[in-house]
Design a protein around this ligand. Structure first.
Ligand SMILES: [Zn+2]
Length: 227
């Protein structure tokens, strides 16, 4: 592994910074023109309500709220074709109640697990990037599958194995990170439909999206955070 993920201590330092509370409020609560992604989980009553194992048209609109789009041919295949059936087969094996921070989460997300199989089925489709596939699955299992894109990858200095890496970080040091996320939820008054791991994504995305537009971005600027 050549990956050099941001160490847990620095992650906690960013989460504890007061700007993170402000960023969460801007994203979810009191931004004058709310971020569309704030409705990712809530749209249509959420993914769990009726169609827990079926990718619906609402799910495909929900991923557009995160600024990606499933190509039309793949969308049709998901809604009324074989691909949708195959993804449903995998989703049926994943409970809706499991959190990424749970000890038992690993078997669903590890290589060859049902979420991994679903992800590979999606990324095998023309025009479906790793980011798009991840966002579709995050919509179906928001407590288990984290939202991830190029901004997050850059901010966290990571490339491969994000799900398992975050699972391990959430559990490290007696679940220190998981507790920090719940604390942030209270401080920023994040809506109840938003999962803990989405709070993680939004904090790092909000912090890095502006500076990421620089040419040759070298990752999250942590000047001013050093101890
Ligand atoms: Zn960057």
């Amino acid at each position: 592994m050549s990956d050099d993920w941001l160490p847990l201590q620095k992650i906690v330092t960013v989460l504890d910074d007061k700007q993170s509370v402000e960023d969460l409020k801007r994203y979810f609560v009191n931004h004058p023109k709310p971020f569309t992604g704030s409705q990712f989980e809530a749209l249509g009553g959420g993914p769990i309500a009726l169609h827990r194992d079926v990718v619906t048209a609402e799910d495909l609109i929900a991923v557009q709220l995160l600024e990606v789009r499933v190509p039309p041919a793949v969308a049709l295949n998901l809604l009324q074709g074989d691909l949708g059936q195959r993804i449903s087969d995998e989703l049926r094996e994943i409970p809706i109640s499991v959190d990424l921070a749970d000890e038992g989460a690993r078997k669903y997300i590890q290589n060859g697990g049902p979420a991994d199989r679903a992800w590979h089925r999606l990324t095998a489709q023309p025009g479906v990037s790793k980011t798009i596939a991840g966002k579709v699955l995050a919509r179906k299992r928001p407590r288990l599958i984290p939202v991830y894109d190029s901004v997050l990858a850059c901010a966290l200095h990571g490339r491969h194995g994000f799900w398992l890496w975050l699972h391990e970080q959430l559990r490290a040091d007696n679940c220190r990170l998981a507790r920090r996320l719940r604390n942030l939820r209270v401080k920023a008054n994040v809506p109840a439909h938003v999962s803990d791991i989405r709070i993680f994504d939004v904090v790092f995305w909000m912090r890095h999206q502006g500076e990421h537009r620089r040419r040759n971005c070298q990752g999250l600027s942590i000047n001013g955070f050093e101890d």
